[in-house]
Design a protein around this ligand. Structure first.
Ligand code: FAD
Length: 383
């Protein structure tokens, strides 16, 4: 007889763990407070235009993890998709990430790769030898002109603070390519599920050992009713936020419709500080194999996350890390709860990493049960 196991959250974390445990003979229940599965990756068709919308913001699948790529292809047909982002800044449209085209256009030049590399080295601020902030790091890499055009305003809007207050570690490598490659991601495998992420997650959850309850909020006091609980909700939320709230940024999406092709690309960033949106996304371009007369767009702005907002990006500055350590210490004492996913471990996780970690959590659980060992509260270290 298998255990009665609960997944709190029907996002990728809950679905992938739930599927594996159901396949191993456990009785799995999946609960989600939302009326749909797939968590933040949820996609649905707009009733008016038929366009597949990425409801909580655009999601592009990219990975170097062949096991994860095989896994998602078991449940969805992936079609080729390359993310090519543009940026409107200082009255022009540029190609991102900053590449040879961006540099030549920005400086009105026709440099070849080696010339551009030497030129950018002359722009970099050499007086900064030990960068302490994001701003100093960017200045040390690319100099003031490119920093102000592509990093300063965008970062201020996205994080709600000056880049002088953000750690240098955010910008680890030189954020410039000295060729014309404008594919946003480097990963070997990239694509979009033909019928959206929600259809994919529905298929992951389609197993006789899994029962799904939507529109159902789980209260931590109910945890005793289950042999084990996998919690993919907010770590601090499990404890009623009683030590304080971990800081997040939330996003507002102002949805609007248009006819035809409104902006000519999927993602247009806005680098200028005096333009309120960080970007506008046109969702029909995320499914380039489909044709629609109408179009749906999201004008995206970022702000501090309040108690009733959806938490999107964990802030993880010094203050939050201290609070995180307090919650983690408390969670480690749990014997029947495992904290998983982007909210349960308070980290930004791409979908492929989420899936890999969920696979590991499931295998850890199965091994623990097989050897009659306790299941740990975390299978990755959130700190
Ligand atoms: C704006 C944005 C864009 C992104 N773009 C990309 C991208 O392009 N590519 C990429 O690879 N990744 C992207 N990601 C990351 C991706 O969204 C995550 O990897 C993924 O959503 C994590 O899945 P999860 O199951 O851990 O969490 P979630 O998707 O957040 O699922 C958690 C679920 O738990 C439910 N829940 C919480 N508390 C309770 C409760 N008490 N009772 C019941 N249900 C509860 C929630 O309703 C939610 O559905 C992006 C993330 C953001 C924020």
């Amino acid at each position: 007889m298998g255990d009665r196991v609960l997944m709190v959250g029907a996002g990728l974390s809950g679905a992938v763990i739930g599927r594996r445990l159901a396949e191993a003979g456990h009785a799995v229940t999946v609960m989600d407070a939302r009326p749909h599965v797939a968590g933040n990756c949820h996609t649905e068709r707009d009733a008016e235009t038929g366009v597949m919308m990425h409801v909580y913001g655009p999601h592009i699948f990219h990975t170097d993890d062949e096991g994860v790529w095989d896994y998602v292809n078991r449940f969805a047909n992936f079609l080729p998709y390359k993310n090519r982002v543009k940026s409107t800044t200082q009255g022009q449209v540029f190609s991102l990430p900053i590449n040879l085209h961006t540099i030549n256009q920005f400086y009105g030049r026709t440099m070849r790769p080696d010339e551009a590399r030497d030129f950018i080295a002359t722009q970099a601020d050499k007086s900064i030898t030990d960068p302490q902030s994001f701003e100093e790091q960017a200045l040390a890499f690319v100099g003031r002109d490119l920093y102000e055009a592509f990093f300063k305003g965008y970062t201020e809007k996205q994080w709600g603070c000056s880049p002088t207050e953000l750690p240098a570690s955010i910008l680890k490598r030189l954020p410039v390519r000295f060729n014309y490659d404008d594919n946003y991601f480097f990963h070997r495998f990239q694509g979009m599920p033909e019928h959206g992420y929600t259809a994919m997650v529905e298929r992951i959850l389609d197993h006789p050992g899994i029962t799904v309850h939507l529109d159902t909020r789980f209260e931590p006091a109910q945890a005793e009713e289950w042999d084990h609980v996998f919690w993919s909700g907010p770590l601090d939320g499990f404890y009623g936020f009683d030590l304080g709230r971990l800081g997040y940024r939330t996003l507002d999406f102002e949805r609007f419709r248009a006819m035809g092709d409104w902006q000519g690309c999927a993602v247009m960033n806005y680098g200028d500080a005096d333009v309120p949106q960080t970007r506008i996304t046109e969702h029909k371009h995320f499914s380039p194999w489909e044709e629609h007369e109408g179009s749906v767009l999201y004008r995206e702005t970022s702000r501090e996350c309040g108690p009733d907002d959806i938490p999107y990006y964990p802030i993880r500055l010094v203050e939050e890390k201290a609070l995180l350590n307090d919650y983690v210490a408390r969670a480690r004492a749990e014997t029947k709860v495992t904290f998983v996913g982007r909210l349960g471990t308070y980290r930004y996780l791409d979908m492929d990493v989420t899936i890999r970690e969920a696979m590991t959590a499931a295998e850890t659980f199965l091994a623990a049960r097989a050897d009659a060992r306790p299941m740990p509260a975390f299978t990755v270290d959130p700190a």
